[in-house]
Design a binder for this molecule. Sequence first.
Ligand SMILES: [Zn+2]
Length: 353
Amino acid sequence: MASDEIVNQFLQYLKSIEGQFDLSDVDLTPLIEQTKFYTPIPLKYSNPQIALRNMSCVIIQNLCKYTDNAKYPKYGLNAIKSVTTKNLDDPDSQAQLMLLVHITKMKLSIYESALYCKHFERMSIITEYTDQLNKWQDVAYKVLAHSEINTTINDLMKRTFGTEYSERIEETDSIKVSIKFVVTTEAELRGFAGINCVYINEGYFNLKASQLHHNPNPALSADEIEDILLMDIVTVTLHEYSHVRIRQVLDDLNMSSPHFIAETAIAEDAEDPEFGRIVERKFFNVTINWVKSIGCGAVPVTYITNFLNAINTNAALPVLTDNVYIVKRSRPQTMHGGGGGADLSYVHDGIIE
Ligand SMILES: [Zn+2]
């Protein structure tokens, strides 16, 4: 089987560079030469067991295809080796594999990429829930069940990817999607799309919560701060759920959006074809930074209170009035080919965006 062969070639390549220091950038050329004749393998949602078995191979193929100048830090390769040779029955390993499928496609420097791989090697799924996490999970599930959100995402998929997908969109509409929270030392990760699962990084939101509580905006009450965090959980859920929905429709975790972007897409979306961001723009005009937009008064706190109420009661969502003072998030980072699947935020001067 081609996927096992590629993993074996990767392991043999690692043996051949055993003598090199972990911090050195190693030359991937021999591995690239060996693997370049294999065709990309789709990771089918309709057969998750086979998809999981093929993920290691796809990660190595992505690494070979997208690494700049065929160089990569050896410690990053060690992390990739660890993730790609783990027990496939372990839910933590499954989540790590899905995340690395996305990370190895992103437009990152080799040092950022290797460091992320190293940190995500130890990412795990949270199984014990605090009261706060239960609240976050409840609101995330309400997003998945919200009628207007589902209709809007379905309509956007038709507009963006083409009406030829209408039937698949209907067929896949009732597939159950779950929410899982993960813990990792990498606070920049907001979330990512798995197979019929939205993963959210608790660490990102914990850091955000602690920054909001330690540097309070005097204009905001504790309840309002809680609502801002909930609104951001709603936003990341919307975003990752969109990635999951389009992957259900195309039946491939490893898809890249732009390849499928139809001519019907509006100019702005053709320019920035990351589907999670297209969906965010539909609801909030931009990929919004809630903390800054509310902090500077560009968005009234009542808007998020009303939005959260509408999420909780499956009612019509309030429309956000656009204005020039609304602050965007500067990331997520895009992928080679422009698609999405994992969303990394940005830290400026120690403050998470
Ligand atoms: Zn995204």
